[in-house]
Write a protein that binds this ligand. Sequence first.
Ligand code: HEC
Ligand code: HEC
Length: 316
Amino acid sequence: MKAIVTGIAGTVLLAGSLFVGAVISDKILGDANGETEDATVQTQVPTTAASQKVVYAPPSIEEVPDGPMKEAILYGYELVNNTHVAADEYVGNQLSCTSCHAGAGYDEQVSSLVGVMANYPQYIGRSGSIVTIEERINGCMIRSMNGKKFEINSDELEAMVAYFAYISEGVPIGAEREWAGASNMKSVPIPDVANGEELYAQSCIACHAADGSGTGANTGPALWGENSFNDGAGMARMSKMAGYIQNNMPIGAGGTLTDQDASDLAAYILSQDRPEWANHDKDWPKGGRPNDIMDKEKRQQVKNNTIDWEQVLSTN
Ligand code: HEC
Ligand code: HEC
């Protein structure tokens, strides 16, 4: 994990009153009439501070305080860090959440999940509705993990939420998490797939293997093939894949590739076969569907050399 940076000039966390706390409700009491199933986890919001700058200072997983939440937090950490093993009946590939949210979401640079509880529920255009943290987790389960949803009220989902609440401590509801969303390329250059293939052979195969099948969820996750994410995942979009690569890869040298190289690599990776998402037609029900989703049709167009990259990259 990269060093925790606390360097936002002159900002001091107001301790205590602004913490996001999580309380897992008592299942038995909550389920009395069977209609409160959704209320598994409640966030306590003593106060909000929308305009406050937030420092990146999540509490360590080594120092979870003793108490009723400890077990759930540690189980949640294990589920996030070792997902395809700890939740193997739900996961349809060989990835962990850590494969994209490095350090189980602790890593500030790589799709950090620190403070995530402060930003949910949230409107998501892909769903066309307001989405809770539980639904957002399940979104990654059925797309990025090519698997199944956890049941609401399941131990797994409650534990993941408990863990995210723990690493969100100190981040006020509604706070702007400056570290989130860094891996998104706004303007993606037209890619050269052949150059992407060469770059991949030079810089990526040591960890991700020549056939993209990877060397392990947390050492070099599968980038394509049956053990990778499906084409309904955010990472199957050129803007997200190119942004992620430019920002984070190769590991230890994030930020060194040009946008052009990252786009070439993304196009090469996303033109390879991967599991298909069955519900593309139901996404973005209220409009705004981006063009850069590399689904089966676009993969075929890359192979046939008929893809119109300008059109694909026109909506990021
Ligand atoms: C293949 C990569 C990948 C994997 C694996 C993955 N995610 Fe994600 N996740 C993403 C991307 C990319 C985003 C950002 C989506 C966007 O920008 O639209 C995201 C977003 C999220 C968010 C919302 C973050 C925010 O700041 O709003 C949560 C929560 C989340 N993921 C949880 C998980 C969990 C839990 C797992 C494991 C069960 C997981 N993810 C596995 C790629 C992945
Ligand atoms: C030294 C090993 C290493 C090298 C070299 C490396 N990666 Fe990774 N890569 C990882 C690890 C480990 C992760 C999991 C996330 C993390 O820990 O940062 C990852 C995650 C990824 C992901 C997100 C996970 C997924 O399944 O989509 C992509 C995309 C990716 N790497 C692309 C590349 C590309 C492209 C290159 C070459 C430019 C590269 N990586 C080079 C180790 C490596």
